[in-house]
Design a protein around this ligand. Structure first.
Ligand code: TRP
Length: 408
């Protein structure tokens, strides 16, 4: 199936999983590709009906914010959007919007792949100076995983410490667990119900691939992820003001927001705007994303410097040649080399990255050497993260979760 037209919101993605002709699968629960280059993101943009982020948009971004764009945008790692021009127009005319993102707390172990969308969100919060809401979908993980309610809820607060450690401004950020918040905020609950009344089983079947034997909790859940897109879900932050929202997320979350954008106008709400990031690939190669349940596929935020070193050396898929002679002669392939791919996410210095790319491609830089550069890039990032996380007190944690006005 192919959808060329932009803005086809209500598109059906598949029967059970959203697979394209080449076998790429991208939905909220599966991300795999049969190609050794990994997911074909250009095709995904067409299939999802979003818009590519082009140079024109980036130039406008810099003009409107007066700041250089984030390296994830510069390097095409945040690669697709919906209605980003609307957001830039608003900022240009001094109007406010808010940011919304989230995390499904399925395990206590967050990995470096999880850092990416949150680091990017933090940058957006700083350059636009806007409030941010972060949803922790402990209810979702209870429904989908083999987790008790208590455990899913506990993981939400554990993960929140990692999220806070990324450096969000407490005066501008509200974090909530669905399990705790829904009962505390009738307006949020009402918006969930309004959404549930507008979406049929047939539609969610089409969008998410649910089947007749899926439990009804799953079928109703998408409305819960949709509701934070609307400012009226948070009256203690926004009062009566109707404010549009921008959602930075990984591309696999897009189906939720296609559904949200479809119902928004019928409820008299703004459609949420989106920025899509691609995934950090697994250490084993670009066919799958880093996964917390595959401990050798990921570098965890709790890993020691030694574990980081061993994992990269042992598991990071290499685009280098089998022998030293061949490598010197033919050079390495950066398109599949995981160390290089990770450096694109984690090494901010453009000049240094370009030097590494050209040296590895020419064969001047060896696999062991590029791995060493990656190890030395990741070790301090993770070490500093651990130090900041250790300093988060229970009081600080509580503050982020307290219903309150935000500064903006
Ligand atoms: N469903 C997401 C996950 O499993 C969590 C989430 C909730 C989210 N709301 C979001 C992610 C908004 C991005 C944007 O990770």
């Amino acid at each position: 199936m192919s959808v060329e037209v932009e803005n086809v919101e209500n598109l059906k993605i598949s029967e059970k999983v959203d697979k394209d002709d080449d076998g790429d699968v991208v939905d909220p629960w599966n991300v795999t590709s049969k190609s050794d280059k990994g997911i074909d993101y250009e095709k995904l943009i067409k299939r999802f009906g979003s818009s590519p982020i082009d140079t024109e948009l980036l130039t406008r971004f810099e003009k409107v914010t007066g700041k250089p764009v984030h390296h994830l945008l510069r390097r095409g790692l945040v690669f697709s959007h919906r209605d980003m021009h609307t957001i830039l127009n608003m900022h240009e005319t001094g109007k406010k919007f808010f940011l919304y993102t989230g995390r499904g707390p399925s395990s206590g172990a967050m990995h470096v792949g999880h850092l990416i969308p949150f680091q990017f969100t933090k940058w957006l919060q700083e350059v636009f100076d806007v409030p941010l809401v972060i949803q922790l979908t402990d209810d979702e993980k209870f429904l989908w995983k083999d987790l008790s309610l208590e455990e899913a809820n506990r993981l939400a607060y554990e993960n929140a410490k990692d999220i806070i450690a990324i450096g969000f401004d407490v005066n501008k950020t509200f974090i909530f667990s669905d399990l705790d918040f829904i009962g505390q905020c009738p307006e949020f609950h009402r918006n969930i119900l309004k959404i549930q009344k507008l979406v049929t089983f047939n539609q969610v079947k089409g969008i998410f691939g649910f089947g007749d034997s899926d439990v009804i909790g799953k079928i109703a859940f998408p409305a819960i992820q949709a509701a934070p897109s609307f400012s009226s879900s948070f009256p203690f932050i926004f009062g009566n003001a109707k404010i549009p929202c921008l959602i930075p997320c990984a591309i696999d979350q897009d189906p939720y927001f296609r559904m949200t954008r479809d119902v928004a106008p019928r409820l008299g709400f703004f459609k949420p705007c989106l920025l899509h990031a691609l995934f950090v690939p697994a250490l084993q190669g670009p066919q799958t994303k880093m996964s917390a349940s595959e401990s050798n596929s990921a570098i965890f935020l709790t890993d020691t410097p030694k574990q980081i070193k061993n994992k990269v050396n042992k598991h990071a898929f290499s685009g280098g040649q089998p022998t030293l002679e061949e490598h010197r002669e033919l050079g390495g392939n950066c398109n599949v080399d995981i160390s290089y791919q990770y450096l694109r996410f984690f090494l901010e210095d453009d000049e240094r990255l370009e030097q590494i790319r050209s040296d590895y491609t020419s064969g001047k830089l060896l696999t062991g050497e590029i791995k060493k550069i990656l190890i030395e890039t990741l070790q301090p990032i993770i070490h500093e993260h651990q130090e900041r996380r250790a300093k988060i007190t229970e009081d600080k944690l509580k503050e982020f979760f307290t219903k309150r006005k935000l500064n903006f």
